[in-house]
Design a protein around this ligand. Sequence first.
Ligand code: MG7
Ligand code: MG
Length: 311
Amino acid sequence: STTSPNNSMHTKPLQLEDIPILNSENCKIKNRQHVEKIINEFIFGGHTRLQVVSDFDYTITKQRTSNGAPVPSSFGIFEECKSLPSNFVKAARELHDIYRPIEVDPHISNDEKAKAMIEWWTKSGENLMGFTFDLKEIDEIAKKYAYSVRDNTDELFRKLNELNIPVLVFSAGLGNCVNAMLRHAGLLYPNMNVISNFLQFKDDTMLNGFQKPIIHTFNKNEKLLKGTEYYDLVHTRDHIILMGDSLADSGMADGVPSSSHILKIGFLFHHAEEYIEQYMSTFDIVLIDDQTMNVPLALLKLITGNNTSRD
Ligand code: MG7
Ligand code: MG
């Protein structure tokens, strides 16, 4: 137990009923006792034990904008770049049409999916060869779509940076576009680490696939970070807020010490009714069509004691 006599003299454990935003209609929690316990542990542990691990596409970006403006994925941003040869764009679309249905098929096993995803990312990298590319192009497109990050992401990330809480943005998408989007949205802070797929160049301007190792949907977890500086940095941060929009994102913190406490927040939008059970078994907190960062922000405010407004 993490409740010391000293602490309990001053503060009673918080109850979920006391946190309005976690009692809203679109916030679904399967195991309320568990979530309540973790939140109290996080509050007691304070921000020095906290780290955040977040997916990028449709987690930091919105799943839906209020005016219907498009939200491209990081790969989508790249594929909009004007100078790309048309046969490359055509091949990329063909691969998408083959592999995307496999990625999201609820009836295909994870092993089979992982095999197919390695094929997709490998072929996608092989297509990225034999032509020149200027990274400035990504910047222009990213600037155009910077509006598509979730409401209040700026406040959340600013606070996380002020408190030196490490944020790992873990993306199986294209890191060059993730970085550019974060930069143009004013969200790229020094406490942040982006682990993703980055373009590789040969002779400075000639594209040469992705840098290794390839990060795909089914190997995206902290095991990949063993031996890196980041792994050492966050090793003692055993209170983890994880955010994702895909079921596979729930495994992003696999590889952290087993004594860690992980609070998993899942953003659900597409086919919500069909997926709600699975999301509720996979994530601790499921938010249905919530296009904001209000829940993680409210939790951060509770943890840091700076809780002037609770929603
Ligand atoms: N995804 C994966 N790959 C590609 C690609 O080459 N082009 C496009 N447009 N999308 C791709 O954020 C990661 C997501 O990006 C998609 C290789 C996958 O659906 C993956 O979940
Ligand atoms: Mg995503």
